[in-house]
Write a protein that binds this ligand. Structure first.
Ligand code: PLP
Length: 414
């Protein structure tokens, strides 16, 4: 078991990545050796990147209506306004809507390479150049990847941000890449107070212990120091406010905006075998696509996996079944969605496509530590659940109690 789940939600931390080694992922993270800033979170990169470009309070940034609030809040807390633009149901940007939304206060457009799949970033670039706007390239779902014409994801925007913690077993880790030579980035990096660093160390220590059978045995003996740290932290909880270190926390905290990526995360990032991570994620993605193609009621959002991209998760479009995410989670599958992370400034009623996606797009895990057996378990439970629901809906239909209509917004589903 993996906590409340029967397959693991996140990649496992391997002891080996902490041992001394000569391996270094150097140029990988800055393909052309441009200015990079390693931050605690990618959202902090958006905040500092906009400041570096000189976007001022009162000016606005166009962001997609389908988003995670952690990419919107740094703009708002930096004093900027946000205006939302539409995408299609398969997440293609609606350029005519974008053009309509540009006004005299617009300074930048933000594009998200959703789930690691490239957006038409060159088209964004041309539009920004035509209107004299900055392009923010959000690569938070990108480990590495290129557009069909070979450009690295992250190289086209005036700035781009990455979120390594989404791909690797690290507690923190974001990156700001500045491509615009005129941008002036100044970050007064902070390490966080002692209690904060202790929390990070404790979380990593716990993750290590959980990661292997030997670790679990060691935990039985060495769990003791971890508990002592926890108790000590509890005793100190009324002291000065310490920052949150929970990876699932999506709030933006100005008090944490200058935090640098921890030394531990930098070390793990440098020692991780990125090509192997990419290969496993791609293999897992293809395996889940093949299984899902034959199911009724769901469909892959991206049925084809382009060369040279590394998917973050498997986005699954759900047809008609209201509560599939909850059912799957109750059965031990760590499925997520963006249904609960919508920024409060979004007028959802005006964006039916985004509303559809918040409700009907689920994210299945395909990370590098999921074995074939785990994937079989996951798709087996998904298939079984769809069959059960199909039978329930069928009997309701025949009773005439519920009118099951397909939405005109739904993509074609086999
Ligand atoms: C598209 C997108 N951009 C930015 C972020 C922020 O990344 P981080 O959590 O590293 O701050 C997220 C986080 O989920 C995201 O999904």
């Amino acid at each position: 078991m993996h906590g409340e789940f029967i397959i693991s939600k996140d990649p496992r931390l391997d002891w080996k990545t902490l041992l001394p080694s000569f391996q270094r992922n150097a140029s990988f993270f800055s393909p052309n050796e441009k200015a990079i800033y390693q931050l605690f979170w990618a959202r902090n990169g958006i905040y500092h990147g906009l400041a570096a470009l000189g976007v001022k309070p009162g000016e606005n940034v166009l962001v997609p209506a389908y988003h995670c609030k952690s990419l919107v809040e740094p703009i708002v807390q930096g004093g900027g306004g946000v205006k939302f633009y539409d995408t299609s149901i398969d997440l293609n940007p609606d350029f005519s809507d974008i053009k309509k939304k540009i006004d005299h206060k617009t300074r930048a457009i933000l594009a998200v390479h959703y789930f690691g799949f490239p957006q038409p970033i060159q088209k964004f670039r041309e539009l920004c150049d035509a209107y004299n706007l900055f392009l923010i390239e959000d690569c938070a779902h990108v480990l590495t990847g290129r557009t069909p014409n070979g450009t690295w994801l992250g190289e086209t925007g005036d700035i781009s941000v990455f979120s390594w913690r989404k791909f690797l077993p690290i507690p923190d880790g974001g990156q700001l890449l500045i491509n615009n030579a005129n941008a002036k980035c100044k970050i007064n990096f902070e390490k966080g107070d002692f209690l904060f660093r202790l929390k990070i160390a404790k979380n990593t220590f716990d993750a290590l212990l959980e990661s292997s059978k030997i670790g679990q045995c060691v935990a039985a003996v060495l769990g003791f120091p971890s508990n002592v740290i926890r108790k000590w932290m509890l005793l100190n909880r009324n002291g000065p406010k310490t920052l949150k270190v929970n990876s699932y926390d999506l709030e933006f905290d100005l008090a944490a905006v200058n935090l640098q990526m921890t030394a531990l995360s930098k070390r793990i990032l440098q020692r991780s075998d990125i090509s192997a991570v990419m290969k496993r994620r791609r293999d897992n993605y293809i395996c889940v696509t093949d299984a899902v193609r034959t199911m009724v009621g769901v469909a892959p959002l991206f049925p084809f996996l382009p060369e040279e991209i590394c998917p973050w998760v498997f986005p699954l479009v759900v047809h008609e079944i209201e509560d599939l995410q909850m059912i799957l989670r109750a059965k031990g599958i760590p499925v997520t969605s963006w249904g609960g992370v919508i920024h409060q400034a979004l007028p959802l009623d005006k964006f039916p496509n985004a509303r559809f996606l918040y409700k009907n797009l689920l994210f299945l895990p395909i990370h590098q530590n999921l074995e074939s057996e785990d994937l079989r378990t996951m798709v087996g439970i998904l298939r079984e659940t769809l069959n059960e629901r199909g039978r329930i809906d069928q009997s309701r239909k025949s009773l005439g109690s519920i009118d099951v209509k397909s939405s005109p917004l739904l993509p074609t589903i086999r």
